[in-house]
Design a protein around this ligand. Sequence first.
Ligand code: TMP
Ligand code: MG
Length: 212
Amino acid sequence: GCVKAGLRGALIVLEGCDRSGKSTQCSKLVERLVQEGRQVLLMRFPDRTTPIGQMIDSYLQQTVELDDHVVHLLFSSNRWEAMRKMTELLQSGTTIIVDRYAYSGVAYSAAKGLSVDWCRQPDVGLLKPDKVLYITVSPEKAAERGQFGTERYEKLDFQQKVNNMFLYLKDPSYWQTVSGEGSIDVVHAEIYKLATQTIKESEHLPLLKLWT
Ligand code: TMP
Ligand code: MG
């Protein structure tokens, strides 16, 4: 294996709209890194397995209605409840690949009309990712991939608003845009290259906090 004493793992986030291929790419990346003998874990937000995550799940499946502010704070709480575990894992050398993070939190809520500034506040102080890989797919290409599901937010006009919010939020100092329009293997090759570079570059860097 490649477990090196004293080196921390990297926190790498994949972001993008629904149907951008994030979840497929997260799984493929983690599978490859595990095969190489690296210490790596896949996480996703929302984590629907916790009590807070179950409330979020009911909201997304449209079986309950919640005030926009309330659900925003639930999404943020759902990240906060994972911070201790994530910090310990990173410090013990495990790389964490995360499917969505605080950027989805802000982008989706702000696309509903909440202020960006208000939306950022509950996530201030979360672990800052070493790299955000933003996967882009044109609305036409996303449409070719079949119908959206029936969850809340899975509508073309809303996704376009979300995409605009992501572009507004993106911070070139640690974000990289990856075209999600190639084949699964082509997109994977690009993400793998960027992820392994990030793991190497982050080994000796301190863990930072988000939006501080
Ligand atoms: P998923 O499809 O990746 O499971 O995410 C579920 C939906 O939740 C997706 O439409 C994006 C949205 N979302 C938010 O609105 N706020 C958040 O903080 C996160 C992580 C996701
Ligand atoms: Mg989804």
